[in-house]
Design a protein around this ligand. Structure first.
Ligand code: UTP
Length: 531
């Protein structure tokens, strides 16, 4: 498109300011910018902006027809009998053994709160092994494949789909390559990139970040659906015979990737869409809850729930709206196909007010101190409403959820907290298997869950300091297979790292120096990253 035609097009969309500094650009910058603007789908930007305005205007009505999830669609790991959990587990292992199960990692976030110059999955929270989040997940996949093979005698593949974004694509792929895909086969890991959306002013004008560059951000983890369709990922899944997909966020250090119990539970409910939740315990806890709105499944954000509703209790005593969403979902392939073909365009983007750097009318680069614009993001859970066969499994927070969101020293969701959550869980696995921990003065530490240990004499906070203790996922997926620790004594003051035979004498290559060295900013890939 030539400049004159582009100018006319921009005027028709009210975006003519995008060319206000065009004359200052060098010739090659002019062509690149012209090319970028010519390919931008302004209709889509307009539609998404209008949908986001509708969403903002409708949000007040959300509390009117709210209902909790029906009991027939949900269950809880804590209250289910061992027999039932085993039924789910075996059904899940069977599906995994038939290579019908894939896992899909959402790894396209910018991780602004953690604030490191590399993808969150490459973060090492300080475990004895120095393993990164990516490595922990890879090893859980290896282990669950092995468990399924042992259970059925069939060899299988759990394909790992990894959604990245412009911010994480290059460094994530390079990291996997450098680490030899952590023992997984390269062909069973499928990277694909989500799209971006322009950042807008509150009035819907695209923000010009530099004279020849518009401000853009990933289109949210709900950008998954457009990427699945437009990158041809669902067709690839069909070809591999995949039927069930476990979708999860990168930052939960405790995530049970391809959890056979969750898969089996969703299969037992004939669900086409499912979610793991943790119990919301305090009415003001900042967690979105899954409920039904006008008979459709939805996540209602904490800010959208009135205090009155948030405080309402079930006759059994728990909060009525207590299904805390943790970005841990199950979909059938058929459901995803239906969503991307019939509903993707209906997904309403959510507005996040942000400080977005821009160039002013005089050509000065400005870093605003206050929010000046909006990022439009779709959410992965926004498709729940298209399911009529939805299932919810409540899991135990200390066993399954500890997200890494913030930088060290913050009040919640920090690297230290993620590390301690994993160490505490693994301590419990060892104690459950008959191992014991001894303090320096020779006392055996209590063999009860460390989260409930109250002993003010120890650190004054009412909790024992965590023992640095880690079990390799290659040795145990969820506390099973630890018979050899029975009656073993471990020293609580020393770091314990239990490994599988195959990893003994192997360095995992994750020393901090090597991690920092490769933590370079991702390079911009040419083309097809936007819309
Ligand atoms: P968060 O909403 O916590 O965002 O993502 P974030 O990028 O990790 O962190 P902040 O908010 O910038 O500090 C929840 C999950 O969704 C993924 C993230 O990678 C994480 O696994 N995500 C988020 C995407 O894959 N794409 C996105 O556009 C946004």
């Amino acid at each position: 498109m030539d400049l004159a035609a582009l100018r006319t097009k921009l005027e028709s969309y009210g975006q003519e300011h995008l060319l206000q500094h065009y004359d200052r650009l060098k010739q090659e910058e002019k062509s690149a910018f012209l090319d970028e603007l010519s390919h931008l789908d302004f209709d889509r930007v307009k539609r998404i902006y209008e949908l986001s305005c509708e969403e903002a205007n409708n949000s007040g009505e959300k509390q009117k027809t709210l209902e909790p999830i029906p009991e027939s669609s949900s269950d809880s790991v804590a209250s289910a009998s061992d027999e039932l959990k085993n039924e789910w587990r075996y059904a899940g292992l069977k599906a995994i053994a038939e290579s019908k199960v894939a896992v899909l990692l959402l790894a396209g976030g910018q991780g602004t709160r953690l604030n490191v110059p590399y993808p969150k999955g490459m973060y090492d929270v300080g475990l004895p092994s120095s393993k990164t989040l990516y490595q922990i997940q890879a090893e859980r996949i290896l282990k669950v494949q092995k468990l399924a093979e042992e259970h059925t005698g069939k060899s299988c593949i759990v394909t790992w789909y990894i959604m990245t974004s412009e911010h994480t694509q290059t460094s994530t792929e390079a990291f996997f390559l450098k680490h030899n895909h952590f023992g997984l086969k390269k062909e069973n890991i499928v990277f694909f990139e989500q799209y971006q959306l322009p950042c807008l002013s509150p009035e819907g004008k695209i923000i010009l970040q530099e004279a020849g560059k518009i401000a853009k951000a990933p289109d949210g983890n709900g950008g998954l659906y457009k990427a699945l369709r437009d990158r041809g990922i669902l067709d690839g899944m069909s070809k591999r015979g995949i039927e069930n997909i476990h979708v999860y966020g990168v930052d939960n250090i405790l995530v049970k990737v391809a959890d056979p119990i969750f898969i089996g539970f969703c299969l037992s409910k004939s669900a086409n869409c499912g979610a793991k939740v943790v119990e919301k315990v305090h009415p003001t806890e900042k967690v979105g809850v899954i409920c039904r709105l006008d008979g459709r499944y939805k996540v209602v954000e904490y800010s959208e729930l009135s205090l009155e509703l948030a405080q309402k209790r079930h006759e059994k005593g728990h909060l009525l709206y207590n299904a805390g969403n943790i970005c841990n979902h199950y979909f059938t392939l058929n459901f995803l196909k239906d969503v991307v073909s019939n509903h993707e365009h209906e997904l309403r983007p959510h507005v996040a007010k942000k400080k977005i750097p821009y160039i002013d009318d005089d050509g000065n680069s400005i870093k605003p101190l206050k929010e000046n614009g909006i990022k439009l993001e779709k959410f992965v859970f926004d498709v729940f409403e298209f399911s009529q066969q939805f299932a919810v499994l409540q899991v135990v927070r200390e066993e399954e959820f500890s997200p890494l969101k913030n930088a060290p020293g913050a009040v919640k969701d920090t690297p230290e907290m993620a590390r301690d959550a994993l160490c505490n869980l693994h301590y419990q696995y060892i104690v459950n298997a008959g191992g014991k921990f001894k303090s320096n003065d020779g006392k055996i530490l209590p063999d009860i869950s460390r989260k409930t240990v109250v002993d003010d004499s120890v650190d004054g906070s009412g909790r024992l300091p965590p023992v640095k203790c880690e079990i390799s996922p290659l040795l145990s997926y969820a506390g099973e297979g630890l018979e050899s620790v029975k009656d073993q004594i471990f020293h609580a003051s020393q770091s314990t790292h239990l490994k599988a035979d195959e990893e003994k004498n192997i360095s995992n290559g994750n020393e901090k120096t090597s991690k920092v060295k490769e933590a370079t900013s991702p390079k911009r890939r040419k083309g097809e990253d936007i819309l």
